[in-house]
Design a protein. Structure first.
Length: 282
């Protein structure tokens, strides 16, 4: 579930020093409406390499498993007047739909975010997100409590640089992600993103991203191949102090050893997030 919530958080910029450096924080502006659209797609396919009895060489079988996951989310967050270093907000998830296609057969994945309204506030002194309540008639009390706890605990996942970054400078951010691996069920990976601030144009800061992976826990039977990589871009709206656009794409190649056989998996993922900001009408 955490990887889903990570995808829907609004990444907000706290302050900008001129047009040559940027400081990223979570604190939003009061009396604003943040409209976000998120699209996340993942495809995984696997091939089995098995040794032949006669030649002792590997032979490649046809693709025997194909999994595709799609998640789309539309959300609106409305902030109110700041009081005592706190900015109240109402966060509505218009829809959050998830589907999985396994070898051509499509099934819907349960998603408690869809139709939920979150009431809470941002604490500027600690730059933390606090949640007062979760409103959704389709959820039981325990489900609401679980959703509240996961949203609050995952708040720091999208924390970026702790100090301003200058044009040409880079920094790295690590995230823990869980990915189903063919032949090895779900595995935890450390995804490292290296961000480089390239330039500013018309109040927009542009960053480029390079992505790499390694297993959280070493496993002799599972190996991340060196050609695994990814890339992405970010655009910062310095006027509204928020990330207006972010896209990333990666290919993760994994070998899973099963006795004398090896399952070769390729996982492709692409996500895009846009945020539009407008003033509240009173």
């Amino acid at each position: 579930m955490n990887k889903l919530f990570i995808l829907v958080f609004l990444c907000l910029v706290h302050s900008v020093k001129g047009q040559d450096s940027l400081l990223l924080k979570f604190v939003p502006l009061p009396n604003k409406i943040y409209k976000s659209q998120i699209d996340f797609r993942t495809k995984a396919q696997g091939k089995l390499e098995r040794k032949t009895a006669s030649a002792g060489k590997f032979e490649l079988s046809p693709t025997n498993l194909n999994v595709e996951t799609v998640n789309t989310t539309e959300a609106v967050m409305t902030t109110e007047n700041e009081k005592n270093n706190q900015i109240p907000y109402i966060w509505k998830f218009i829809h959050s739909n998830s589907f999985q296609k396994l070898n051509g057969e499509t099934s819907e994945i349960y998603n408690p975010l869809s139709g939920s309204t979150i009431y809470g506030f941002f604490d500027k002194t600690t730059t933390a997100r606090k949640i007062d309540s979760v409103v959704n008639d389709e959820l039981e009390f325990v489900e609401k409590l679980s959703l509240k706890n996961q949203l609050e605990q995952s708040h720091g996942e999208n924390t970026y640089a702790d100090v301003p970054i200058a044009i040409g400078a880079s920094f790295e951010k690590e995230s823990l992600i869980s990915i189903p691996v063919l032949g090895a069920e779900e595995q935890e990976f450390i995804m490292t993103k290296r961000y480089t601030l390239k330039r500013f144009e018309k109040s927009i800061g542009y960053l480029e991203t390079k992505i790499s992976f390694h297993l959280k826990s070493p496993n002799n039977d599972i190996r991340v191949l060196p050609n695994s990589n990814g890339f992405g871009i970010m655009q910062f709206d310095t006027k509204n102090q928020c990330i207006s656009n972010e896209t990333s794409e990666y290919n993760l190649y994994i070998n899973v050893v099963e006795g004398e056989n090896t399952l070769v998996s390729q996982i492709w993922s692409k996500d895009s997030r846009t945020t539009k900001v407008q003033n509240r009408d009173f």
